[in-house]
Design a protein around this ligand. Sequence first.
Ligand SMILES: [Zn+2]
Length: 107
Amino acid sequence: MTSFLIQSDTHNSITELRTALNKCFDTDTLNEITIDTSTTHDDWEYGDSCPECGNAQMSTITPVEDVFHSEHGEFEFMDHGDFVGDTISVMCTECEELLVHTPYEKL
Ligand SMILES: [Zn+2]
């Protein structure tokens, strides 16, 4: 069993990482690799500034229902609907440090 602990701050880089791993390992090995996207900022709380750069402006990622109109082969965005879940991520807008991350499996 091979286990890698890899920390990453954006979902985009996780995708890039998987692509890179795909080129390095066969499928059996890949299936044993777990990518841990948790952060090291367990002590950060809402209201705190960024522990990395001191910036106080945060970007949050929250699941929101998007309403589409589907008719006659058209699929048209209508409106943002209600908030449907807890905040998934809080990210510093300055240094892009990920302060809170909830793995999607938990939702
Ligand atoms: Zn920061």
